[in-house]
Design a protein around this ligand. Sequence first.
Ligand code: ASP
Ligand code: MG
Length: 402
Amino acid sequence: MSLIVQKFGGSSVADAERVFNVANIVTDTYKAGNSVVVVVSAQGDTTDDLIAKAKEINESPSKREMDMLLSTGEQISISLLAMAIEKLGFPVVSLTGWQVGVHTDSNYSNSRIRKIDHERLQKELDKKNIVIVAGFQGINRYGDITTLGRGGSDTSAVALAAALHADLCEIYTDVDGVYTTDPRIVKNAAKLKEITFDEMLELASLGANVLHNRSVEMGKKYNVNMCVRSSLTRAEGTIVKEVVDMEKMMVRGIAKDSDVARISICGIEDTPGKAFRIFTLLAKKSINVDIILQSIGRDGKKDISFTVTETNLEEALRLLEENKDTIAYENLSWTKDVSKISIVGAGMVSNPGVAAKMFEALYEAQININMISTSEIKVSVLIDSALADKAVRVIHDKFDLA
Ligand code: ASP
Ligand code: MG
């Protein structure tokens, strides 16, 4: 007998028919002799609708009240699913985050789980109940309701799986797994059987953000066996785990990130402390910098280019302009028309020539590279946005990922 945590996203419980579909999956798992804990998100667009309702009343409500409101979406789902399971004739109980004892910090709207008391849960499981838990919510030390940030139910599920030492945490969604790249860009993208936690974190942008990033970080930390699969087809999905069989597969997948802007600071005096000054300025405002490139000094001057997200561009430029004299540079240039294309694979470290192969594909397609960065499991290039989809296709072909 195994203990299985199953999480169902909002689209999987969007209406009565879907709720019964989920009830069938859950009870089938239970009938097979497993203990089952189910985590659900709010139905369909409920969370967005609740946000819109709040805005009708107050454009900037306190985060505490927002969490009070948003947590109701999941409360609807757990009771409806429990009723469906009752109707199918199985023992079931639904519990909110605070009934379970999901303790979080007090960072309303984006809180983190501190610990989970699982006595109540265990008691219900011992009574042979199927336990339905509201995702996305917890309680802080003042006894107030908190939420974990958009998409946070995945994290609730993995945290419960970790706390209960579950054998498996299945994340059911409306896609049937993780693909080698976005199937909207590459028609013959292939579904991956397995992927490592690290690869999954790097490929988060694939397949329409299948998993909440923090759930993957947590899965890695507590070594939870996770799997992503579809609640509609029930097809075997993608397993996310620590080590996977590499099968000569150096590159697991290709990610495209269009939310990138490049800033170049040109003609900086070639003296120590410039990079320190520039990046401290940005860090103080919590502006995350991604790829950084510095030129070799020439005639006493150097250039530094780097990328930020598009949302951070304006503020980064303002900071740099305000500090033009202290940094001492000649001019600033920037563009939003760039995208980052990354190849990701845990097997890259031990396989020379992977980056070269990627560059070859780009060269053959006459796509120019602006910037390059590498890590143990990733090679990223910055290119013109207009060519981004084409780049993904040619690289996907080059590595035979179909
Ligand atoms: N209902 C929440 C949201 O829409 C949490 C979740 O779906 O995971 O973000
Ligand atoms: Mg989600």
